[in-house]
Design a protein around this ligand. Structure first.
Ligand SMILES: [Zn+2]
Length: 498
């Protein structure tokens, strides 16, 4: 489709002065949002954002309808940046500006001197160029060393000398990120990390449309939708945000982690790289549930820093590593079917530990230890979901009578299955997992290993570092079946008195 290339043609097109002159970015977002809501309803506004339909999404819709600048308050890994980026889908497919303008001036109301001079000289022959929605999104991570020059601009003495301009002339300004986001969306992540002086500059631009650069007042009535993100505690901490800036942020919207395991699984399934070239994969549901519960358990664990939170990136990277470990086993054993096991989750510790910010107690125990504890708690809970009330006495007894079995994470499914068949009452107990003896050896082994890991997580049987399952360190007395209780103390360790 050909578009007008000069100001004169533009006037006679659908990009008429009448339509564009007063249509600011926030009007554009609002108009496009309204037509989308009209066509498809609330859920369509942020496709791919799971679990926010009843909480975050309606609040963002209201903020945009209100033409507010807004801030998303939330811990890391709560899709804040993703939501902000998705705002570009509410921008027009293309918007005209005066070609060559560094701050994308509107052809009908240029704010920079270069463009005012240009239109005065060339009139309707002034050349027009276009911006796509992506061109109109500028993002900046705030850090304490961000300067006025970075964000707003600087006086460029060389430009002044070359052009023969006064230093205070607008033509000598080297524009910073914010003016370059003119007629678009400017997102600042971690707003409280911005120095107070810069916040004042930001406020002046929002409020008065002017700014002082190195003492020279520069008038810049920008048209920008400002959006921010921050950690809630930083944002509410006294003195971190200057009050007038806070007042100019129309809506504060709290994000959150998935509220149910199912939502977490849906996000992880969407984000993790699971569809790979190579062998066919079967990803058991209980493996997905355990991975997701690691994040849930971590968010509740007092050994982990509440302030920074536990990102949804933890289960996502863990899932990718789990599948890779299963892939590696399949390649090694020349198996055609990739089926992740619980041992693959332990092998995925490198994808887990880095995402935990530990408190003092956690630091003392070490990230590996904390990670293993979380996996174990997640296994115990997931096991209960399938096997509460199941009679597993026979299996426990097999171990109590001296049975031992090694299940390394690299053992082939056929070898493992042969060994596992030796445990009476195990392989025929996998019904709750939907696994019968007709299923592939890979699936049966994964299911049986999950049962053993579950019993181990409940301390009914033992397991050492070499992944040898054996009798638990408990007195061989009848144990009654009961659900996992996270507050329950471990079985008493046998003490040696001598
Ligand atoms: Zn301009």
């Amino acid at each position: 489709m050909s578009v007008p290339r000069t100001l004169g043609d533009l006037r006679r097109s659908t990009f008429s002065e009448e339509r564009l002159r007063t249509r600011r970015v926030k009007d554009e977002l609002r108009d496009n949002l309204i037509s989308r809501l009209d066509e498809k309803g609330d859920a369509s506004v942020f496709p791919g954002i799971v679990g926010y339909d009843d909480t975050v999404v309606p609040q963002i819709i209201n903020a945009i309808l209100s033409r507010h600048n807004f801030i998303l308050l939330g811990l890391r890994g709560q899709a804040k940046s993703r939501i902000l980026r998705a705002l570009t889908t509410l921008l027009d497919p293309q918007v005209p500006y005066l070609a060559g303008c560094e701050i994308h001036d509107s052809p009908y109301a240029p704010i920079c001197k270069r463009c005012r001079d240009l239109v005065a000289q060339m009139g309707d022959a002034a050349p027009i160029a276009y911006l796509s929605p992506d061109d109109r999104y500028v993002e900046k991570l705030a850090t304490p060393d961000v300067t006025i020059a970075d964000l707003l601009g600087d006086i460029d003495p060389i430009k002044a000398a070359r052009g023969g301009h006064e230093l205070s002339s607008e033509l000598t300004v080297h524009y910073g990120l914010l003016p370059r986001a003119n007629r678009g969306i400017f997102a600042i992540n971690e707003l409280p990390d911005l120095a107070g002086k810069i916040q004042v500059g930001l406020f002046n631009i929002m409020q008065e449309g002017d700014v002082q650069i190195k003492g020279y007042p520069i008038r810049l009535p920008l048209d920008v939708a400002l959006v921010f993100s921050a950690n809630p505690e930083d944002y509410t901490a006294r003195g971190k945000i200057i009050t007038p800036l806070k007042d100019r942020i129309g809506s504060e919207i709290r994000t959150h982690y998935p509220s149910t395991i199912e939502e977490g699984i849906a996000i992880t399934a969407q984000e993790a790289w699971t569809r790979r070239n190579g062998n066919k994969m079967h990803l058991p549901q209980y493996v997905q549930q355990v991975i997701e519960r690691i994040a849930f358990a971590a968010r509740d664990d007092k050994k982990i820093d509440k302030r920074s939170g536990v990102s949804q990136r933890l289960p996502i990277s863990a899932m990718e590593n789990v599948i890779s470990n299963a892939e590696r086993r399949a390649i090694r054993n020349r198996e055609k079917l990739v089926v992740p096991r619980i041992s693959d989750i332990y092998a995925a510790l490198p994808a887990i530990t880095g995402k935990l910010e530990l408190e003092y107690e956690g630091e003392m125990k070490g990230a590996d230890f904390v990670g293993r504890e979380l996996i174990r708690a997640a296994i115990a809970k997931t096991y209960d979901e399938y096997f509460t009330g199941a009679n597993v006495q026979q299996i426990v007894q097999w171990f109590d009578l001296g049975g031992e079995i090694q299940l390394s994470d690299s053992i082939s499914a056929t070898d493992a299955l042969e060994n596992l068949r030796g445990i009476q009452g195990l392989i025929d107990k996998l019904g709750p997992l939907g696994i019968s003896q007709k299923e592939s050896p890979e699936q049966q082994v994964s299911g049986a290993e999950f049962v053993l890991e579950g019993l181990h997580a409940h301390k009914r049987i033992g397991r050492n570092e070499e992944r040898v399952f054996k009798a638990g360190e408990k007195k061989p007395e009848p144990v009654r079946e009961k659900a996992f209780d996270p507050d329950e103390k471990p079985y008493r360790q046998r003490r040696q008195f001598n």
